[in-house]
Design a protein around this ligand. Sequence first.
Ligand code: FBP
Length: 554
Amino acid sequence: MTKLSPLQKARYQYTPKLPKMLRNGIAEISVKEGEATTSVADQEKIQALFPNTYGKKEIIFEKGTNTSEAKKHVVGVILSGGQAPGGHNVVSGLYDALKATNPENQLLGFKNGPSGLLDDDFIVFDDAYIDQFRNTGGFDIIGSGRTKLESQEQFAVVAEVCKKHGITAVVIIGGDDSNTNAAVLAEYFAQHNTGTQVIGCPKTIDGDLKNEDIECSFGFDTATKTYAELIGNIQRDANSAKKYWHFIKVMGRSASHVALEAALQTQPNICLISEEVAAKKMSLSQIANYIADSVEKRSEKGMNFGVAIIPEGVVEFVPEFSVLIHEINELLAGAKAEVFNSLPNWKEKYLFIEKGLTKESFEVFSILPEGIQQQLFLERDPHGNVQVSLIESEKLFSSMVKAILDERKAKGTFKGKFNALHHFFGYEGRCAFPSNFDADYCYSLGYNAFMLIQYGYNGYLSKVSNLSRPADEWVAGGMPITKMMNIERRHGEDKPVIRKALVELDGKPFKFFAANRDVWAVETAYTYPGAIQYYGPAEVCDLTTRTLALEKGE
Ligand code: FBP
């Protein structure tokens, strides 16, 4: 038997907090239906694509007599996509509600993400198994995966698997893509009268699955607190040693919510926000000059150190860089990749690139450090495209800043020192022990998901809101997934998808940051959030993110 750490033992004993209306016992949870819904945009098209699940009503739960149909449920659950702290609590909340309703009910955990449903590979949960995972981080309870469930053929296989095991509902715990697919699967089940329901739960550390109904995706709270702790520690180190500039890339595949939240918690000298870079059409050298200005101003005050946060997806938001990536993808399309790869050395490859790119894109390419140039041609995905997320943008910007400062030094305008160190924080936060907020939120999402199943809803996202208030005041209910959808162009086709939430430049979190960052860029205004606290006063342990608090006007 593996020896448990004291915190692991203590977290097993933690009782997650439920919203008040879910605390009265299953027999006293009644449902209140609200207004019929419409999609956020493209209403006619979405309605035509989802004739059976479109326009359903928003619902909330309240104290009252449980009027749901008494029937035995066999529920299948999957974890989909990247890990996010709290996934285990969604499963344990779902399990507890399901067993509290009827001990005969069963929960099947399909392994390794959506592929588990296709391969009919699952375990049947029992108390002993679930108890090993309560309030712990990770998705190792059943594993996760990125297989997409989106074709009619796949849906037919899933329908067969559900029929074989008498599965009455499937719960999909995932991000915007996985929940989009959950909505399409729900429509398929309704259309084919399979009798199986589909319920989604909003997961992703990236924080980009949110809208007027979903206040935040789970995992964002814990992951950002973990990164903020590390960034705060680095800031202390920088301010102690006074000799390094730290360039810290943080996860967030495209949106910059993680970077922004980390900056709100730590007040670094620089934080790039990809959405702003795109809106202002900033070039790579504009960004590098912006950082170099901060380095120079701080050095004039004797501070040859600093911290810059770089969101993982930023380069894709730089217009000239996206054009360059597009041209590189074209340059190596099909057989041309073989020609390129057969060239004997980098010098010849470089000439090939020079000939193949437009003048403008070659100019951008030529200012990149050689390591990054080579990365653009080495790291390809299975479709032959550049994997932008693998680009070490923290190194890209620090070397561009160095080149600018060297020039300024030669001209005599920069007299300070610039030594850079690099970090990438992503995987460090995705499986942390969930904060009390995520432990409570996730357990509530799972518990609530079973209530939606019990009341017969299909194609709904488990919704828990009023999250900036204590859990007691949270509101539990459900929202049709189609309400969050619009039509977007994906791989050359119009597709119904849940709209991804990027950082809003007129939103309160960004505005607060923008109003303060000029001071942070020059002064040492660091704040130190410290490690996540699990035990102690609520104002230290149960608070959620600055983003949510600012969005709620608190
Ligand atoms: P999800 O959108 O699936 O939640 O994953 C987000 C994320 O954590 C990003 O922040 C990151 O870019 C990506 O996953 C990394 O993916 P992988 O785990 O496949 O390396």
